[in-house]
Design a protein. Sequence first.
Length: 607
Amino acid sequence: MNKLQVNKVAKARGGEHILTNVSFEINEGTRVGMVGANGSGKSTLFALLKGMESPDEGDIHWKKGTRIGAIDQLPNEGEKLGEMILQEAFQEANQLEKELRELEHILSTETDDKQLMKAVERYSYVQEAYETAGGYKKDSMIRQVASGLGITGLLQKPFSNMSGGERTKLALGKVLLQQPTMLLLDEPTNHLDIDAIEWLTDYLKQVNATVLCIAHDRQFLQDVAERIIEIEDGEAHSYETNFKGYEVQKEERLLLEFKHYEEQQKKIKKMKETIKQLRIWANQANPPNDSMHRRASSMEKALQRIEVKKKPIMERTKMKLSLSVDARSGEDAVLLEGVQKTFVDQPVLKQVDMHIRYQDRVAIIGPNGSGKSTLLRILLGEVKADSGSIKLDSQVKIGYLSQHLFDGYKEQSVIDVFRETVHVDEGEARQLLARFLFYGYSVFKKMHQLSGGERVRLRLAQLLHQSVNLLILDEPTNHLDVASQEVLEQALNEFDGTVILVSHDRYLVERIVTGVYWLEDGHAFYTDGAYSRAKEKRQIRLEHREQEKQVETEKKTKTKVRRERLSTEERVDELEKELAQCKDTDKKVILEAQLELLLEQWMLEEE
């Protein structure tokens, strides 16, 4: 059964056609990934689906009774704690709970039997409704979702003190707790660490809901989506497969469309030639041949009725990125020994050791708050370590791509910011920026107008023209579309220098790194090879740690039992002495009974 039908939807903004002919259906219970280049109209389509805007043309039909859950920007909640905001997901249960408290007050104060019976009946009904609404489970559900998304630390944090990323994660948690029948998720993995992404992946695969998710995280799409819808050139193309299958099927579709296009072009060309020849023959006849003229006119009308196929674009314009090294560094590019850092009595880095050699491509992975950003800032010289040794080879030249790009820039233009670090004239600057998809007037856009993806492309354009041999990249794929991610991936694989990559993009990490440092509990655990191997080793570490905890718990339990045994033995001695001195017959009976019980307990403990 269809959960959603989108029929020939079109939408324009400021005279620009964003969506021209979007049609697709989504069946109930399916998980669909939505992809497309930055600016292709995915977010516009989501705004239409959520009812925030209306289409210029076409229709959107939801199945009756569909409850939509979407990550919207939370209103300013002031000093309200995160847990209170998550509690709001249980609106029905909260109202019923309030009524239960009111009924309990009536039951404890009402004296009229008739009114009391009425209250008892109502209480029974409301209690059952409260259970159905998940009232008795809501606290455990909040703990489960908060733990999974890594937002337990936000439960007692005022909303006003939360960062934008924290507010987004809280909004995601609230949506999941609302248990809608339709989830509309727009880049849900952007602010999550790897553990949270993998938890969300498992959650979405099990949830009793239909899922439509915009994402550029290729591994997430591969793991979650059963079907891919691509928004391209204002239209929607649907592929009944996962992400890797979509890449194959898209190529097959384009080849088939190109074949049909060429066949049609040949047919049109042949018809035009035939029409032309018929007219020539008709005019050469003496007298002119009206029959041939009619045949030519008839064929011309048939030609006009043909719906001409658009020529498929076999290869889209992509960002052109080729990172070169003018001068290499020494063999030991980066060496860290015993690095420690504490913030406000909270140890972040306890004992970090790293040895990164020239041409290594290493990923630094870890949960949010594990110290990844702190470690990068220490490497960049922005933060001083409390202790330990940090050595960068004297020939190292760093190129840094931050998560927070150009934060201090607002009114400057793209071309002016580019020329701050790349000293070329305006004409050459425009040519260079065009390689990063800044065409025409877009080079004069103000920095505050740029999307996250455009900011990343501008910074990569700067890095391309700087003589660097060590790239430090902090979440470089967060705002890039799939095509740009693939270009970056290829450029990093071909880069002759050293790469330090902080990323939760498992697809990228798996394909480009030579080693992984997993940052956890203030230490950096190194694994040669790709992400999958590092994940396996981490799992072994966690299992070993769990076993150690169990052994420690068993030791404590045995110690407690020994103490209790000694305590029982001492109590037996005390009772025997008290019984020997006791002369009161009644009291003796009580003491003998107590002694008998203690002796039985002692014998059981000995067994």
